[in-house]
Design a protein around this ligand. Structure first.
Ligand code: F0G
Length: 363
């Protein structure tokens, strides 16, 4: 492992890990200083699990556009720019479109995004629009959008920046490097949401590249969680009409199917489902008990770990890293809908202190 602690400010994942990313030497990094996200101990949630495991959150919601997609997008857009691309395109449940729009804007390229009508969180839509993407809503889901995007380069001069673009995975694998840099080793279990399955594939690639071959015994078990209504990898076959409150992972036909299956199989990990209720409960627990506000899809990592520590599938005494993929501010509607609504009182000491004392009594 190289000491990278003396790299200056404004350094993104390409400058930091260039020796692991096969971009052309003269390719300029289109970067927003993404990456370097914190690995935060989840001590209060671990205590609820009787401290059976040491639990960490890799908070990828702290990337510049609020999700892990920035790691992949800096590389995909840098490569596209180095090839002289004029425009990028993606299908998205929201976060990819936000990242694509931001990085394309920075590179001076046009950006086109296909999103499922009505099924994208408000913050993500706002981002894509503000960053200047042309947003096309389709009357269909993500899988149908991606099928169209795959064919688009035959019809228009656009570069696809979905994770079927291998440059995306070269960027996203750097999160595994950072975890090893901080822990000094890989965790025993790495637990994460799985939708289109690019990210689990990227992490698995990252761990194997960063730990030299003789250390492969120290690789983590890769655990992928899917929403119960959108769990093709759990069932072993595509799902026609995926449904979940976690719109980021409302996907029935993951594009990187084999990569995900191999990650789980080769690492002796697994896929398992979580209900929407469990996802929202974990989202609230992370926000209230740990101060980490993530979007619903990201909370599935913690929901899954709680179940798998309790049922013994995750061994006692392990280091467990949950990938918390996106920020909670992406999806304010879901957050507000599941929270106690604010109470309105008169602007007097009596009414305010009365409201506080009543709340303390209820707690
Ligand atoms: N978490 C969040 C917050 C996501 O936005 C996504 C995917 C995932 C997890 C799953 O990652 O697809 O690599 O398995 N979002 C994509 C998008 C599909 O369009 O933003 P994956």
């Amino acid at each position: 492992m190289t000491d990278r602690s003396n790299l200056g400010p404004g350094v993104g994942i390409i400058d930091k890990y260039r020796d692991y990313i096969p971009l052309a030497k003269d390719a300029r990094a289109v970067s927003l200083a993404e990456g370097n996200t914190p690995l935060i101990p989840l001590e209060r949630i671990a205590r609820r699990l009787d401290n059976k495991v040491r639990l960490y959150a890799k908070f990828e919601g702290l990337n510049p556009t609020g999700s892990f997609k920035d790691r992949g997008m800096t590389v995909a857009v840098s490569h596209a720019a180095s090839e002289g691309a004029r425009a990028v395109v993606c299908a998205s449940t929201g976060n990819t479109s936000a990242a694509a729009a931001a990085y394309a804007g920075r590179a001076g390229m046009d950006c086109f995004v296909l999103i499922p009508e009505g099924k994208i969180a408000l913050g993500k839509l706002a981002q894509a629009m503000m960053h200047g993407a042309k947003v096309v809503q389709i009357r269909g889901n993500f899988d149908e959008g991606l099928d169209i995007v795959r064919q688009l380069p035959d019809h228009a001069p656009v570069t696809i920046v979905n994770s079927i673009n291998p440059w995306r995975l070269h960027g996203q694998k750097t999160a595994a490097f950072e975890i090893i840099d901080v822990l000094g080793k890989a965790p025993d279990y790495q637990c994460m949401p799985v939708g289109n399955a690019g990210n689990i594939t990227a992490y698995w690639k990252g761990y194997r590249e960063y730990l030299p071959e003789p250390m492969h015994y120290a690789l983590p078990k890769m655990v992928g969680y899917q929403a119960a209504g959108a769990a093709p990898l759990v069932h072993g076959h595509p799902v026609d009409s995926p449904e979940t409150v976690a719109t980021a992972i409302r996907i029935g036909k993951p594009a990187t199917w084999d990569g995900a299956v191999n990650a789980a199989k080769d690492s002796e990990g697994w896929f398992s489902p979580q209900t929407d209720d469990a996802i929202l409960k974990a989202q609230k627990m992370l926000a209230k008990c740990e101060g980490i506000f993530c979007e619903p899809a990201s909370a599935i990592s913690v929901a899954g770990v709680i179940e798998d520590v309790r049922n013994g599938r995750i061994a006692e005494g392990s280091d467990v890293v949950c990938i918390v993929t996106g920020h909670g501010l992406k999806d304010p509607d879901t957050a507000i809908a599941q929270s106690e609504q604010p109470e309105t009182v008169d602007a007097t000491m009596d009414s305010v202190s009365g409201a506080i004392l009543a709340a303390m009594e209820r707690a």
